[in-house]
Write a protein that binds this ligand. Structure first.
Ligand code: ADP
Length: 160
């Protein structure tokens, strides 16, 4: 039974994240999608809302669990018996930060490997902050996010 952890802000979860989760499920028996509780970042959605959107978007994906963590991600990974940390790589611009983080994490937990997965080309331009911005203007983002997320965004911005 191999478990991987997929940490991130997921503010909110997008089709790009879901693509990565689908790929991770082909490699691991269990994928724990874990929402980072990072007080240094201001988020649009609460941790509970972000978890609920992931839970509903992954309802038909056996093997996915949803969690949250505060503090060191590698400790959370270890506490859950994860052998790998999943991160998505969209473009070279992601690389530098991801590389640094992977090396730091490996330093702290040499037994846990970071696995980088590339989404399908159609998702390489997608990120949560662009989605938040477009939705804040009342524009339709249903091509980019699961239906539950479109609904949450409409409710949040009062464009119901
Ligand atoms: P973080 O704040 O940790 O970067 P995100 O929710 O933005 O959290 O992203 C979590 C992970 O998912 C990161 O590894 C990020 O590179 C990856 N990711 C985000 N959007 C996409 C996408 N469209 N395709 C593939 N991976 C993505």
């Amino acid at each position: 039974m191999k478990t991987a952890i997929y940490p991130g802000s997921f503010d909110p979860v997008t089709n790009g994240h879901l693509d990565v989760i689908g790929r991770a499920l082909k490699l691991f028996d269990k994928v724990i999608v874990s929402v980072a509780d990072n007080p240094a970042k201001t988020a649009l959605f609460s941790i509970a809302e972000r978890q609920e959107m992931i839970r509903q978007s992954c309802a038909d994906l056996p093997g996915v669990e949803v969690d949250t963590f505060a503090g060191l991600m590698v400790e959370h990974a270890r506490a859950n018996g994860a052998v790998a940390i999943i991160r998505g790589l969209r473009a070279i611009s992601d690389f530098e930060f991801e590389f640094q983080m992977a090396l730091m994490n490996r330093n702290m937990a040499p037994d846990i490997n970071t696995v980088f997965l590339m989404p399908h080309d159609q998702y390489t331009h997608l990120n949560s902050s662009i989605i938040r911005e477009i939705a804040s203007f009342g524009k339709d983002v249903s091509k980019f996010v699961p239906p539950i997320v479109s609904q949450y965004l409409r409710d949040k911005f009062g464009h119901g």
